[in-house]
Design a protein around this ligand. Structure first.
Ligand SMILES: C[S@@+](CC[C@H](N)C(=O)[O-])C[C@H]1O[C@@H](n2cnc3c(N)ncnc32)[C@H](O)[C@@H]1O
Length: 310
């Protein structure tokens, strides 16, 4: 099994209780020792045009069975969840039914908590002739049926910037749309387009805040631009607590002038977030970056562009 080695040049901050692992997630999951309060999964949605990593062939391929790929990883995740932990799984209409079946099978139907609904765009999708599907889901199961929640929460996620308290005593969660999430990240990189489908930070802070307490850890095994890391840092800073993250992101070349590998985006975006949030919250924990030893550090962390100061 490939070892994990620290890339100390890319690690940042004091008290490095957070981690970013670069490599294929099932390989890294088998080496993790800790347990997590929340495991967030935002895998490719299997919309028809994606490639997935084929472990046997060690290459990207259209031939990988999405359901099997997800099933085996959720199974690994289940073993890493706290007894009172939850899994949050982002998905759209393409595979919602498969996700429910997989999670029913692994967690048991009785441990289904709910499905949140998030409006991801405010304008119709020009590619759709008749129906523009503008929402997505976050499916939620607990390891053992949760007996209490602190607040009355609605499953509706509002794209407003303020919490929507309703007359019936329930609260709608908040979450910006995908376009503002994209702008948020691009702004960190001199307004250059570095990513297309990130989740908004406030979507994840709203969701995670339902379940976490001081000292909890959150694992994200398809980290992408690493929104989960920034969301954990925001929750910690806003509540004067410590909510830690572990992110896993595969190395994948990117056709982008500034960022040549998605895993580098995960790291640089969280470095930017750390630098900005630690200014207002000095107790913020830093993070360490680890790489699967078969990968070459210089291929991932190549010069990320002249105009951008690392
Ligand atoms: C939908 S994106 C996640 C977006 C993320 N939530 C954000 O806010 O930016 C899924 C990510 O998982 C990564 N990925 C795909 N297969 C993987 C694997 N086997 N191991 C680790 N990461 C993987 C992809 O490269 C992609 O960046």
């Amino acid at each position: 099994m490939d070892k994990l080695v620290e890339v100390s040049n890319e690690s940042i901050g004091r008290n490095r209780r957070n981690s970013i692992y670069i490599g294929e997630n099932s390989q890294i999951l088998s080496q993790l020792q800790q347990n997590y309060k929340i495991i967030y999964i935002d895998a490719p949605y299997n919309t028809g045009d994606e490639v997935f990593f084929d472990q046997e062939k060690n290459s990207w391929s259209h031939q990988v069975d999405w359901t099997e790929m997800i099933y085996s990883r959720v199974k690994q995740c289940y073993n890493l969840l706290d007894d009172n932990g939850v899994i949050l799984f982002s998905i759209d209409d393409h595979e919602l039914v498969s996700v429910r079946k997989i999670l029913d099978n692994i967690f048991g139907k009785v441990n289904y908590l709910t499905t949140f609904v998030w409006r991801r765009r405010n304008f119709s999708d020009a590619h759709e002739d008749y129906i523009s599907c503008d929402h997505e889901y976050i499916v939620c199961y607990s390891k053992s049926k949760l007996k209490y929640l602190q607040k009355k929460i609605s499953t509706w996620i509002n794209c407003e910037d303020t919490l929507n308290y309703r007359e019936d005593g329930f609260t709608d969660l908040i979450g910006s749309n995908q376009a503002s999430a994209r702008n948020h990240i691009n702004k960190l990189f001199n307004n250059q387009v570095v990513t297309n489908y990130p989740k908004p930070v406030n979507l994840l802070t709203s969701l995670f805040s339902i379940f976490v307490e001081d000292g909890d850890r959150i694992l994200d095994i398809f980290a992408g631009s690493g929104t989960t890391g920034e969301a954990c840092m925001e929750i910690s800073s806003q509540n004067n607590i410590s909510v830690n993250f572990t992110l896993i992101q595969i190395s994948k070349p990117k056709n982008n002038k500034l960022i040549h590998d998605v895993a580098n985006l995960t790291v640089q975006r969280n470095k930017q977030a750390y630098k900005s949030i630690s200014k207002k919250y000095a107790k913020l924990d830093g993070f360490s970056v680890y790489l699967i030893s078969s990968l070459r550090e210089e291929n991932i962390f190549r010069n990320i562009g002249e105009n951008y100061e690392k």
